[in-house]
Design a protein around this ligand. Structure first.
Ligand SMILES: Cc1cc2nc3c(=O)[nH]c(=O)nc-3n(C[C@H](O)[C@H](O)[C@H](O)COP(=O)(O)O)c2cc1C
Length: 187
């Protein structure tokens, strides 16, 4: 079955992760039925600051307004399989953990959890306070996956892009898409 995927981008540091995930989803389109994208206001600002461009406008996916509750994935009946929040701010994670579905990102996350489908939060902040740790626990207990934006180095990445891809590759594995990537003990 081809996947229907929601990508939500928030205003945590790490816009490069969102950029790389959208690029990879383009390459993996044969396995995908639909990608819907929604960005917070802060996500656009942080992307422009960190990456120095507005290339999120160039991806061939449908982008939804943050307040568009008419978007398909605002309802469980549309049967989206997976939602990735990348990067996921502590604010958005807290709203998801609290069930405060006051915009499309938090509503879509609420829907994915209630439908018992896969929610992946690429949470980014450091250090963490107890409220954030408890929110991670709450989302995990509700069935979500906290996939911290913590890169690995055992593949010996050489560039910032390669470092960031170590996170994005794990996200793609969690979505359940087949990909050609570095795997410990296989390469
Ligand atoms: C350059 C920049 C970097 C930020 N990095 C983080 C971060 O790593 N984690 C985080 O939780 N918030 C971070 N913030 C703050 C969030 O953008 C802010 O809390 C915002 O309200 C989140 O809203 P959103 O989740 O709707 O995007 C950052 C803000 C800026 C301007």
């Amino acid at each position: 079955m081809k996947k229907k995927i929601v990508v939500a981008i928030t205003g945590a540091s790490g816009s490069i992760y969102a950029q790389q995930l959208l690029q990879q989803l383009q390459h993996l389109q044969s396995q995908i039925a639909d990608v819907g994208v929604v960005m917070s206001n802060n996500a656009k600002q942080v992307w422009e600051f960190e990456l120095g461009n507005e290339t999120y406008k160039d991806f061939p996916f449908k982008f939804y307004d943050k307040h568009d509750f008419m978007a398909p994935f605002a309802s469980g009946s549309a049967r989206y399989d997976t939602m990735v929040v990348i990067p996921c701010s502590m604010g958005t994670m807290g709203r998801i953990a609290g069930g405060i579905s006051d915009d499309l990102i938090t509503r879509a996350a609420d829907v994915i959890l209630k439908e018992r489908r896969r929610l992946i939060l690429v949470a980014r902040d450091t250090p963490l306070n107890l409220i954030q740790i408890r929110n991670m626990q709450t989302v995990t207990e509700a069935g979500g996956v906290i996939c911290p934006a913590v890169p690995s180095f055992y593949s010996l990445p050489k560039t910032v892009e390669e470092v960031a891809m170590t996170v994005v590759n794990r996200v793609i594995d969690l979505i359940g898409l087949e990909q050609d990537t570095y795997r410990w003990s296989e390469n």
